[in-house]
Design a protein around this ligand. Structure first.
Ligand SMILES: Cc1cc2nc3c(=O)[nH]c(=O)nc-3n(C[C@H](O)[C@H](O)[C@H](O)COP(=O)(O)OP(=O)(O)OC[C@H]3O[C@@H](n4cnc5c(N)ncnc54)[C@H](O)[C@@H]3O)c2cc1C
Length: 375
């Protein structure tokens, strides 16, 4: 198992690319996730001071109707709590979390009830954009159902890495719909997405200019300083007032810049994820080379990963947690691993329960590994 783990590690360039500059990696995962409960998320809103927020219940692609209904109920609760707290916040929702992969009617019912409640409270629902296989369906449901029924109580997201996005920007401007523009967070095939980051950035700027000029209160969602400076210069030159758009960034990322933009008079919204399904979200963040790491009982920093390999019996896979220990350099200095925590007939099936572990459960596994290693 040890050898398999090392082999696995060596095949995971992301793990080796973990950069440990400025002690960022020593910070807890809580830097990027506002906690696991609605209470913790609402408390986080109070700490954001003058910044507005969009709350996102972590989790996507649910497989059972009850899960989708539970997620929907949590969103209704969140909207109620935002309203009572008089917080300057709205919500972001993923259609797969509302049951899109299970039954479209279920998804429509759940999403409608969230938007209805948001509209009742003068709030807003942003439909997040997921992988490119969902783009056409998401935009079709938005254009044919949500927007006609709820108007600007609902908005959508477009991703500049997709080749189709220029045309989608025009369509959304034609509709008068509110758009959040981001670069895109998923791994996509070259026929649908630009493989070269320069093209993604150039397309971002082109789409952003269109939206700033003619769009309806666009959300400029990026941490890219060059693009933010471009937006500032462009709006100044065209005399587009700062109230006509907002900047958006992720909770815990470039906080200095978030407050600076607010002080300069720009609207700044922070995307605040919360919930137990934090692991896949943090894994996506690692594309940027900043691994969230746990401080363990032995005083060392560990980042967390998962792996699945052939368990002893043929045709069966086992999945475990792997804790990578970091020294002062930029390479791991060791690792600890749990026993197999779950089994399945495919690696994904084995991994599913491991990916669903809560933050507390992962910390408990780390403590157990550390104490086992000490004996
Ligand atoms: C408010 C908001 C909502 C989003 N919604 C969606 C969505 O619905 N669908 C979707 O596919 N994607 C979404 N994203 C993610 C987005 O698509 C990008 O993957 C992500 O924002 C990184 O791109 P960037 O524009 O910041 O530029 P990049 O060029 O990737 O980064 C610019 C700079 O910011 C730093 N940086 C960027 N991200 C991080 C991070 N997480 N941690 C630390 N530093 C970082 C980079 O290191 C770099 O220095 C959203 C992003 C934001 C901010």
């Amino acid at each position: 198992m040890l050898r398999a783990a090392f082999l696995w590690l060596s095949e995971q360039p992301r793990i080796f690319r973990f950069v440990r500059k400025n002690r960022v990696a020593r910070k807890l995962a809580s830097r990027f996730v506002a906690g696991e409960t609605v209470d913790e998320a609402i408390t986080t809103l109070r700490d954001l001071n003058a910044l507005s927020a969009s709350l996102d219940l972590l989790g996507e692609s649910v497989l059972h109707a009850e899960e989708a209904q539970r997620a929907c109920k949590t969103y209704l609760d969140v909207l109620e709590r935002i309203h009572r707290a008089k917080a300057n916040a709205n919500v972001s929702v993923k259609l797969t979390q509302m049951g899109l992969d299970i039954d479209e009617q279920l998804c429509l019912g759940n999403t409608r009830s969230i938007i209805r409640k948001a509209k009742q409270y003068d709030s807003f629902v942003r439909i997040d954009m997921e992988q490119s296989s969902y783009t056409a369906r998401t935009l079709q449901l938005f254009t044919d159902v949500f927007y006609p029924e709820f108007g600007n109580a609902v908005g959508v997201v477009l991703q500049s890495y997709l080749r189709r996005t220029g045309a989608d920007v025009d369509a959304m401007i034609g509709l008068g719909a509110r758009v959040r523009l981001c670069k895109g967070a998923y791994k996509e095939p070259e026929d649908v997405a630009f493989p070269d980051k320069r093209d993604v950035d150039a397309n971002y700027i082109a789409c952003m200019e269109r939206l700033l000029q003619d769009g309806n209160y666009p959300g400029i969602a990026t941490h890219d300083v060059a693009i933010i400076d471009h937006a500032k210069a462009f709006t100044k030159q065209r005399r587009i007032p700062a109230e006509r758009f907002e900047f958006q960034m992720l909770y815990g990322v470039r906080r200095d810049l978030q407050y600076r933009l607010r002080r300069e008079g720009y609207n700044m919204r922070v995307y605040v994820p919360f919930g137990t399904h934090w692991y896949p979200y943090l894994m996506r963040q690692q594309v940027h080379g900043r691994p969230p790491a746990f401080g363990a009982a032995d005083g060392q920093a560990y980042s967390v990963a998962t792996f699945a390999d052939d368990a002893a019996e043929a045709g069966r896979y086992g999945a475990a947690l792997l804790f990578v220990r970091w020294g002062e350099g930029e390479r791991p200095v060791g690792h600890l691993e749990t026993d197999y925590l779950a089994f399945g007939s495919t690696p994904n099936e084995a991994l599913a329960p491991v990916l669903a572990l809560t933050l507390e459960q992962v910390k408990a596994h780390l403590d157990e590994c550390v104490s086992r290693a000490a004996h």
